[in-house]
Design a protein around this ligand. Structure first.
Ligand code: XMP
Length: 530
């Protein structure tokens, strides 16, 4: 069961395979109304059970007449719940109610100008002619009985249609896309003007509802949480701390593979700022023994993940009354894995990169309070719960930590070199990002660096320091611009920044005589080296 508290009013977004499905949910949430994505084949009974205040039908890539084309249960349109369809959603609505869809002469892709054809509450406060974003070949050619055409373009005979008596509205264009000039106004008109919703899904209400839901589920039991120091698990910890205080046990397994200063930061925050039980498991030596001589990256990942569970369960077994395991699963994990349909299905452990399945015979019920939040909502929640910025805005960091940024076997000597070099990289590039922020006033300006770190390859080369020949290691600097880690470009860092990083690493980190910069994008490379 989800521990995301479900607000009284929610908007369901039916997903017809849209490129913009998540975006629609985001736009609704931006207006402080809770919104959730459901598969388009959801039945009218399931919808009734979820009791949404409104429904939005997304676009989708199919043609309504294609074999296996997704359709909507017509019964959903008779529930009396207001419905707004976009693009394919308009076509699906038309077909379900007896209208017709056909090919337009030419498709419309990109900006188009609509001309209003009738009064419509959806267009309140917007001009008679306006630019919208279109992306279609098919279009409604005959509207269902009782519907009026409210706008058209030169190409598209039904750019929007509606039957206000039945609270059914639809547009061929995409109001959720920023290029639709008045898209957000239309969404506002629909949610507040037409459906009469209230804008009350705020951080405070989210925290209050989530805290109440966690308390109700947990009762008197204890909850154990594997804290990694990453954003998601830290926010879960802060939320559970607020909800159940001392019934929460945070277990921080220190594998010795975190960045310099990180274990101390995590301990500081969770022992000083939150009143929870915090257990710092010093597993550094055990990990070092297990990793000795291991060079294969996947093998490193497997060893580290398996040992994590062993360390974690060893602690859990010593504690009384632990029934639940809290996890930082977030909404994109759920959407991408398609694990949950309409919220009624039991959750399965996500195949998160740094979590491997439970060993046999071990069972915990899961608490996943973030399973309906997007990453930036999780960060906002973290801030509202009092987590410091350096945790809330932490860069992505692999679960297996520095072990995969050391190419070849992991030794204490190499770890020491990498931690020290990485600390310099972070210091210098943090400062560079701050300078950009001061200049542009934007935290994530076009040129700010998204992720940066040092990598230690498994080679040595000759250098000269003072009058001495050296035979030492190079350090690789990796710094990328990205928005989601799916693709990335190497950061065009100014030469003076590169020079400082290089100069400092060679001067301050014993065992390093060379610094090189990785100038490969993703694809074809990946962000990490492993
Ligand atoms: P790659 O190297 O595949 O990495 O381009 C994409 C992003 O994912 C991060 N990464 C991880 N994050 N656990 C995580 O939570 C992991 O095991 C893991 N491995 C890679 C990486 O830092 C980059 O941002």
């Amino acid at each position: 069961m989800s521990q995301t508290a479900m607000p009284d009013q929610k908007v369901l977004v039916f997903d017809f395979g849209a490129q913009y499905g998540q975006l629609i949910a985001r736009r609704v949430r931006d207006l402080h109304v809770y919104s959730e994505i459901v598969p388009c084949d959801i039945t009218a009974d399931e919808v009734r059970a979820l009791a949404p205040a409104a429904i939005i039908l997304s676009g989708g890539p199919a043609s309504v007449y294609a074999e296996d084309a997704p359709s909507i249960d017509p019964e959903v349109l008779r529930l009396g719940i207001p419905v707004l369809g976009f693009c394919y959603g308009q076509q699906a609505m038309a077909v379900a109610l007896g209208g017709e869809v056909g090919h337009t002469e030419k498709g419309e892709y990109g900006p188009a100008v609509i001309m209003r054809a009738a009064e419509s509450a959806l267009f309140d406060g917007t001009p008679g002619e306006q630019t919208v974003w279109m992306s279609h070949r098919d279009a409604v050619t005959r509207v269902p009985e009782g519907f009026a055409i409210t706008s058209r373009t030169e190409v598209c005979p039904v750019a929007s249609m509606e039957c206000p008596e039945r609270k059914l509205f639809a547009t061929q264009f995409h109001p959720e896309v920023r290029h639709t000039e008045f898209g957000q106004t239309m969404l506002r008109n629909f949610l507040f003007g037409i459906c009469g919703l209230v804008s009350d899904w705020t951080m405070d209400s989210i925290i209050d509802d989530s805290v109440a839901a966690i308390r109700a589920k947990v009762g008197e039991s204890r909850v154990i949480l594997g804290l990694s120091g990453g954003v998601d698990s830290s926010v879960v910890a802060a939320l559970c701390a607020r909800a159940i205080g001392k019934q929460l046990v945070c277990v921080f397994v220190n594998h010795g593979l975190l960045r310099k200063g990180e274990p101390e930061e995590v301990e500081e925050v969770f022992t000083k700022q939150f009143d929870v039980d915090f257990i710092h498991v010093h597993a550094e030596e055990r990990y070092m023994r297990l990793l000795a001589g291991v060079t294969e990256p996947e093998e490193k990942r497997r060893i580290i993940g398996t040992q994590f569970w062993k360390e974690f369960f060893a602690v859990a077994e010593e504690l009384d009354g632990v029934k639940y395991l809290a996890q930082g699963t977030i909404y994109p994990d759920i959407i991408e894995s398609g694990a949950r349909k309409t919220g009624g299905k039991a959750s399965t452990i996500k195949s998160h990169h740094n979590l491997i399945p439970f060993p046999e015979g071990v069972h915990f019920d899961l608490i996943e309070p973030l399973d309906h939040f997007f990453k930036d909502e999780v960060r906002a929640l973290g801030t509202a719960l009092g987590l410091p910025d350096y945790i809330v805005h932490r860069q992505p960091f692999p679960g297996p930590g520095l072990a995969i940024r050391i190419i070849g076997d992991v030794t204490p000597e190499k770890l020491e070199i990498l931690k020290n070099a990485d600390a310099i990289v972070r210091e210098e590039l943090d400062a560079y990002n701050e300078r950009l922020f001061a200049e542009t006033g934007e935290r994530n300006s076009e040129h700010s660096v998204w992720q940066y770190f040092a990598v230690l390859p498994d080679i040595k080369s000759v250098g000269v320091m003072g009058d001495e020949r050296t035979y030492a290691r190079p350090v690789i600097l990796r710094a990328v611009e990205s928005s989601d880690a799916m693709t990335a470009d190497w950061a065009r860092l100014p030469y003076d920044v590169l020079a400082r990083v290089s100069g400092r690493i060679v001067a301050e980190v014993p065992g390093v005589n060379r610094v090189v910069y990785d100038i490969t994008s993703k694809p074809p490379a990946t962000i990490e080296w492993e």
